[in-house]
Design a protein around this ligand. Structure first.
Ligand code: SME
Length: 187
């Protein structure tokens, strides 16, 4: 499906219909998803819901969430998860360059989001005390805590190579994406 005739300048005619069971999909059918880097955010959320709704495995669903966000949006150089295990954050499924594996609660942007149990938006990572640089391209960062039934499970972390990249609207979008993930996972 990498050879599908979809790319910049070609709008999928109805992106939300392009969800197929990957295992049952005949080889000559349309792709599972058509990434074109200018999908609107509501379409992406519908696709995320469709992509996750048939599965409850957290690793599978986090992996597909990271892939959909990273490839469906412009302006990200990293999108993925850290999971809280034995009192610290451990790297989970992600898209982007290899990243640091363990982060203590209270350290960096991710550990701060866990400590505060709140979304942390950093317009300029160089001005955030204790920011942990995994990719030198990162300039701004948004971290959303994953909280289910009052229990914090980890974070969704997005990095951008642009300063001041994440707006209030983006924050609401990524919080909604995290909510969809949590609803569809048996952690
Ligand atoms: N910058 C993060 C570390 C994780 S990477 O961005 C993938 C932080 O300060 O917690």
């Amino acid at each position: 499906w990498h050879n599908s005739p979809v790319g910049p300048g070609v709008e999928p005619e109805n992106p939300t219909n392009r969800v197929y069971d990957f295992c049952q999909r005949p080889r000559n059918k349309k792709p599972l998803f058509c990434y074109n880097n200018f999908m609107d955010k509501n379409t992406l959320l519908s696709q995320l819901e469709a992509l996750l709704s048939a599965e409850t495995d957290p690793v599978a669903n986090m992996a597909n969430t990271a892939a959909l966000l990273y490839h469906g949006l412009t302006g990200l150089n990293w999108a993925g998860f850290y999971l809280l295990k034995e009192g610290g954050l451990v790297l989970g499924p992600f898209q982007g360059k290899p990243a640091c594996v363990r982060i203590c609660v209270g350290r960096g942007v991710c550990g701060t989001a866990v400590q505060l149990r709140k979304t942390v938006c950093v317009p300029d990572v160089h001005l955030f005390p204790g920011h942990i640089a995994c990719d030198s391209a990162s300039q701004s960062e948004l971290v959303i805590p994953l909280i289910k039934n009052g229990v914090i499970l980890g974070v969704l972390d997005m990095d951008s190579p642009h300063k001041n990249y994440f707006s209030q609207e983006d924050r609401a979008f990524f919080e909604k994406a995290a909510e969809i993930l949590l609803k569809n996972c048996c952690f």
